[in-house]
Design a protein around this ligand. Structure first.
Ligand code: HEC
Ligand code: HEC
Length: 269
């Protein structure tokens, strides 16, 4: 008799275990595959297979490249090469000078702006080539510059870059490293992933494609940093400037712009 009681007791225990295991599994499936994914902002009611893949951290499409996303995130069509920095022949500079007559109204007679347009004098040739090509392809948005670059050929763009690069005496002196530079310019903010400006824009290192900033009009600098910050300007390869501007406060944007614009020409009223 006690033997049979014991056997029945074990039987019931086993049944309780199985039922609770089943309930637990069901709850885990609901939480893991339905509730948690749906609580994420980018959830879209996809197939069960997608939810399972998501929950397991596995891509739902194997080996298939998402072409639309890949092309949408290409910042620029221009591939920068050190050869773009090489001094151009005098004939190119001459042709560029003629083309640049269309640009003086905003960028100044010698490429030094007295409006809020950027200076072009002494700008690195690869910067001018890249920016003009980006306006032309629409990778950098500006109604004015889109219209002005539309009819420029690749040769025209190279000639303009050669001309402006040949005017280094007009541009403002470069920043040299010293302890008095603003902290963000000199050391960045490592805790917020902001690299120092002088590690790309000259002072410590000058990266290919990073523009000459000294003497640019302050309003232009503020505007560009804000555009990068809001992702409205996105022609910077590898998100270089969007990552820098992302974490900056309005006061910091104002202070680095004031610093780089300290030797800008006064803006004509
Ligand atoms: C009507 C005024 C105007 C004229 C004319 C003009 N620009 Fe511009 N340019 C601007 C403005 C404003 C910007 C900044 C636009 C922006 O926010 O991206 C700019 C930006 C640029 C830049 C980007 C510079 C940088 O540091 O990123 C280049 C390069 C440039 N212009 C070249 C030219 C050339 C070459 C011509 C002549 C063929 C020309 N521009 C004519 C107003 C003008
Ligand atoms: C990792 C390198 C890097 C760092 C660090 C960096 N920049 Fe840049 N910056 C670039 C590059 C590259 C571009 C050109 C992007 C493009 O191709 O359009 C640029 C463009 C800019 C422009 C637009 C200029 C123009 O004429 O178009 C401004 C303004 C600027 N940077 C300011 C800053 C400031 C201020 C800092 C420091 C707080 C900084 N950058 C730090 C690489 C850098």
């Amino acid at each position: 008799m006690p033997q049979r009681e014991l056997a029945r007791g074990r039987h019931r225990l086993a049944r309780i275990c199985i039922v609770s295991l089943a309930l637990l599994s069901l709850a885990a499936i609901l939480i893991g595959f339905i509730w948690l994914p749906s609580a994420q902002a980018d959830f879209s009611a996809g197939t069960m297979w997608n939810s399972i893949c998501r929950a397991a951290g596995v891509p739902s499409t194997w080996g298939e490249r998402d072409v639309t996303r890949a092309t949408a995130t290409v910042a620029s069509d221009v591939i920068l090469t050190p050869g773009m920095r090489r001094a151009a022949p005098a004939a190119a500079v001459g042709r560029g000078a003629t083309l640049a007559l269309n640009c003086t109204m905003c960028h100044g007679a010698q490429g030094m702006s007295r409006s809020n347009a950027p200076n072009l004098a002494g700008q690195y040739p690869e910067v001018i080539i890249k920016q003009l090509s980006d306006y032309k392809s629409g990778k950098r948005a500006s109604p004015i510059m889109a219209a002005l670059s539309r009819n420029l050929s690749a040769d025209n763009i190279n000639d303009l870059a050669a001309y402006y690069a040949s005017l280094p005496k007009a541009r403002t002196a470069p920043t040299t490293y010293d302890e008095t530079l603003p902290a963000l310019v000199r050391v960045g903010a490592p805790m917020r992933n902001i690299a120092p400006c002088i590690s790309c824009h000259g002072g410590v290192d000058q990266k290919l494609g990073a523009p000459w900033l000294e003497g640019m009009p302050k309003d232009y600098l503020v505007q560009q940093l804000q555009l990068f910050q809001h992702g409205e300007r996105r022609n910077d390869g590898l998100l270089q400037m969007r990552n820098v501007a992302h974490a900056m406060t309005p006061q910091e944007i104002d202070s680095v712009a004031t610093f780089y614009a300290r030797k800008a020409l006064p803006v004509a009223q």
